[in-house]
Design a protein around this ligand. Structure first.
Ligand code: FA5
Length: 341
C-alpha cells in the first residue's frame, strides 16, 4: 500500500472513531492514538525526511492536512461535550439536602388574635358575638344611653363628628346594646367586639382609635353577683388562674350601680410601671346594671327585665397578655413588632 493510500485509510478510521466517541476521555485516546508521541500519524510525519524528495511534498501535505483535520475535529467535539456537561450540571442536578425556601406567609394582627381569643372564651360561657356600625348617630351613641345633650357626662367621650352631618364615629361599643335590645327579646347574652374612636391625647395606655368588647346579659333575674362571677371566669380563662382583679364603684349614665374593673398589672407584676401609671393596677373595663332609661329607650319594661352590661378595653387585654408596654405599637405598622406574633 502506498503511503498516500495508508493516510486515506487512517483518515477514514479516525473519522469513524471521532464520530462514535461519547466521552472526553475517548477524544483524548484518539488524540494519543494518532497525534501522541507514539501516534500513527506522528510516525508518518517523522518519517517524511527519509522519503525521496519527489514524494515528500505530496505525502507531507496530505499528512499535515490529516493532522489538522483530526486536531480540529477533536477540539470542536470536546468543546461541545464540555458545554453539554456544564448545562446538565446546572439544570439536572438537585441537592435534596438544601433546606427549602419558605414562602412568606402573612399572619393575623395581635389585636385580631386577641379578639378571637376573647370571643372564644365568651362563646364557651354562652355569649353570642354581634357587631354594629362604626359610624353612629347621637341617639344610639348618647341619648338612648341616658347621656342627653349638654349633659356633662358627654365630656367623658370626646367625639369625632363627621363634617356637615349629625353623624359621629362611635366613642364606645355601648350603642350596640341599644340596637340589639330594640330588635331582640330577652333573655339576651351577647358580646360586641369593635373599633371605637376618641378625640383625646395619646399616651402609653390611650389611643384615639382602639377596640372594646361590649357585653350584655339580660334575663328575669340577673344580678351584680352574676356579673362578678362571669367576669372573674372570663379573666381566669383568658389569662390563667392566678389573675387578680378588683371592682371599684364608678359612674356611667347608662348603668346603676356602675363599676370599674382593674386587673393587677402583668407588665410589672403589680410593682408600678408606665402602663399602669405606677399604680400596679390597670383599668380594664367599665360595667354596671343596665339603667331603667335604656330599657325604656328600647321598648323593654324594666319591671320584668334586669341585667348587666360591660365594656372591656380590648387593647388593654392584648397589652396584658403579650406584655406590651405601649398601646401605640399596635397601630404603628412596624413589622419588627408585628412579626413577633
Ligand atoms: C366606656 O366606654 C363604657 N361604654 C363602658 C361600659 C359599658 C360601662 C357598659 C358600663 C356598661 P370607658 O370610657 O371607661 O367606658 O372605657 C372602657 C374601657 O376602654 C376602659 O376601661 C379601658 O380599658 C378602655 N379605654 C378607654 N379609653 C381608652 C383609650 N383611649 N385607649 C385605649 N383603651 C381605652
Amino acid at each position: 500500500m502506498t503511503l498516500l493510500l495508508f493516510l486515506k485509510s487512517l483518515q477514514r478510521k479516525a473519522e469513524k472513531e471521532l464520530k462514535e466517541a461519547k466521552e472526553l476521555k475517548q477524544l483524548d485516546d484518539i488524540f494519543q492514538k494518532y497525534l501522541g508521541k507514539k501516534g500513527e500519524l506522528t510516525a508518518i510525519l517523522r518519517s517524511l525526511e527519509k522519503l525521496p524528495e519527489t514524494k515528500r511534498a505530496k505525502v507531507g501535505k496530505q499528512a499535515n492536512n490529516l493532522k489538522n483535520l483530526v486536531k480540529q475535529r477533536i477540539e470542536v467535539k470536546a468543546k461541545k461535550m464540555r458545554l453539554v456537561k456544564e448545562v446538565a450540571k446546572k439544570t439536572d442536578w438537585i441537592d435534596v439536602t438544601i433546606p427549602g425556601r419558605k414562602p412568606l406567609a402573612g399572619h393575623l394582627h395581635p389585636l385580631t388574635q386577641i379578639k378571637s381569643q376573647a370571643e372564644e372564651v365568651f362563646q364557651s360561657i354562652g355569649f353570642s358575638v354581634v357587631e354594629g356600625p362604626e359610624i353612629e348617630n347621637e341617639w344610639y351613641n348618647f341619648d338612648a344611653l341616658n347621656i342627653p345633650k349638654d349633659h356633662p357626662a358627654r365630656d367623658a367621650w370626646s367625639t369625632f363628628w363627621l363634617k356637615d352631618s349629625k353623624l359621629l364615629l362611635r366613642t364606645h361599643t355601648s350603642p350596640v346594646q341599644v340596637r340589639y335590645m330594640e330588635k331582640n327579646n330577652p333573655p339576651l347574652r351577647i358580646i360586641v367586639p369593635g373599633r371605637i374612636f376618641r378625640h383625646e391625647a395619646t399616651d402609653a395606655s390611650h389611643e384615639i382609635n382602639f377596640y372594646q368588647v361590649e357585653g350584655l346579659m339580660i334575663d328575669k333575674k340577673v344580678s351584680a353577683a352574676n356579673f362578678k362571677a362571669i367576669i372573674q371566669e372570663f379573666f381566669k380563662r383568658f389569662f390563667g388562674k392566678e389573675t387578680k382583679i378588683r371592682m371599684r364603684p364608678s359612674y356611667f349614665p347608662f348603668t346603676e350601680p356602675s363599676f370599674e374593673v382593674d386587673m393587677s398589672c402583668l407588665n410589672c407584676r403589680g410593682e408600678g410601671c408606665p402602663v399602669c401609671s405606677q399604680t400596679g393596677w390597670l383599668e380594664m373595663m367599665g360595667a354596671g346594671m343596665v339603667h331603667p332609661t335604656v330599657y325604656k329607650a328600647t321598648g323593654l319594661n324594666p319591671k320584668y327585665w334586669q341585667g348587666f352590661a360591660f365594656g372591656i378595653g380590648m387593647d388593654r387585654l392584648a397589652m396584658m397578655k403579650y406584655k406590651i408596654n405601649d398601646i401605640r405599637l399596635f397601630y404603628g405598622g412596624d413589622l419588627r413588632f408585628l412579626n413577633q406574633f
